[in-house]
Design a protein around this ligand. Structure first.
Ligand code: PXG
Length: 287
C-alpha cells in the first residue's frame, strides 16, 4: 500500500503529494510544523501538539485555514489511512504560494500537509549504551531574533549545530543560549540528574517547550523525584550524575559523554533508566 499524504483536505499518494515551488515555506522557510508520535494506533498528546501548532502559527501571523478540531480530525484520518499502529506524524503549515519577495500578504493559500511515516533519530544501540554529545559554537536563537518557542520551518541554526556535532565526530549537539547557558539540543530538550534532583533549563533559557519534556517532568513528580527548571552551565553538565535528552522523535535517550567528559560513570544512569521505563509504560497505555 502506498503511503498517503494529506494535503489541504485530500489524501493523495506520496508521489502525487506536491506543492508549488513558489510556496514561501520553501522560498523563505515561512511556516510552522509539529512532530507527533502514534503509539498502538493512538496519537500521543495530540491536544498539546495541536495547541502548540496554533500558537506557533499565531506568533508568525499565519492563519491556519482550519479549526483545531478539524486539524485533529485530519491527523486521525491520515493515521487511519496509513494503517500503521506506530508512526510519526509530521504536520506542516506553510504560508502558501506567493510571489518572489518576502511579502507574506501576497500568499493567499496556506498549505496544510500531514505526513505519517517512521522516524529514527538515533541508532538503536545508543538507547542502551548512551549517546556522546558536544557543545557547539552555533547558539540557539535569541528570543529577540526569533522566539525559540515557535516551531517554525527555519531550522538552519539547529542544522548548523548538527553539522558541528558531526564535525566533532558525534551525532548530536548541545546548543547554548547567547548568555552561555545551556539551552537544548538540535531537536531535543536536555535534562541532568544532580544529587537526586532532576534539572532542566527553564523556558526563558531559549528552548522549545517540548511536550516530551513536560511528560518527563510529570513522570518524575509521579515517581517522587524532585524536579526543577534551572539555568545550567556547561560545568553543571560535566559534573552531573546523569544526563538524558527528550523529544517526540528521540523519545528518551541517555547521554553518557559530553565534551569528552564521562557523565557519572559513563553509563546510562539509574534515574534515567527509571524514567525511560515509565515513559514506555506511559506511551503503551496512551489514553
Ligand atoms: N527542541 C527542539 C528544537 C525541537 O525541534 C524538541 C525540542 C522536543 O520537543 P517535543 O515536543 O517533540 O518533545 C524539538 C522537537 C522532525 C523533528 O523532523 C522535530 C523535532 C525533533 C526532531 C525531528 O519532525 N522537534
Amino acid at each position: 500500500m502506498s503511503l498517503k499524504v494529506y494535503i489541504n483536505g485530500e489524501l493523495v499518494d506520496k508521489q502525487d503529494a506536491k506543492i508549488s515551488v513558489f510556496d514561501h515555506g520553501l522560498l523563505y522557510g515561512d511556516g510552522v510544523f509539529e512532530g507527533i508520535r502514534v503509539y498502538k494506533g493512538k496519537v500521543f498528546r495530540c491536544k498539546e501538539h495541536v495547541d502548540r501548532l496554533f500558537n506557533s502559527a499565531k506568533a508568525i501571523a499565519l492563519r491556519i485555514p482550519m479549526t483545531k478540531q478539524e486539524v485533529t480530525e485530519a491527523i486521525h484520518r491520515t493515521v487511519a489511512a496509513n494503517g500503521r499502529p506506530n508512526a510519526y506524524v509530521r504536520i506542516v503549515v506553510t504560508r502558501g504560494a506567493g510571489t518572489l519577495g518576502l511579502d507574506p500578504t501576497k500568499c493567499h493559500d496556506p498549505q496544510v500537509i500531514i505526513i505519517t511515516d517512521s522516524i529514527s533519530l538515533y541508532p538503536r544501540e545508543f538507547y542502551e549504551k548512551g549517546l556522546e554529545v558536544v557543545t557547539v559554537p552555533t547558539m540557539r536563537n535569541h528570543h529577540n531574533v526569533l522566539s525559540p518557542k515557535i516551531k517554525s520551518l527555519n531550522y538552519l541554526n539547529n542544522i548548523l549545530a548538527k553539522i558541528e556535532a558531526r564535525q566533532a565526530g558525534v551525532i548530536e549537539a548541545i546548543m547554548l543560549n547567547p548568555l552561555g547557558f545551556v539551552a537544548e539540543c538540535t531537536g531535543d530538550n536536555i535534562f541532568i540528574v544532580s544529587r537526586g534532583r532532576l534539572l532542566t533549563p527553564p523556558p526563558d533559557a531559549g528552548i522549545l517547550e517540548g511536550i516530551t519534556r513536560q511528560v518527563v517532568m510529570e513522570l518524575a513528580e509521579r515517581a517522587g523525584i524532585p524536579v526543577a527548571e534551572q539555568q545550567l552551565t556547561r560545568f553543571d553538565l560535566y559534573v552531573a550524575d546523569e544526563c538524558f535528552l527528550s523529544g517526540t522523535a528521540a523519545e528518551i535517550i541517555p547521554v553518557v559523554r559530553i565534551d569528552s567528559r564521562d557523565i557519572g560513570d559513563g553509563t546510562p544512569g539509574k534515574i534515567t533508566l527509571q524514567l525511560l521505563q515509565m515513559f514506555r509504560e506511559e506511551t503503551d497505555n496512551n489514553p
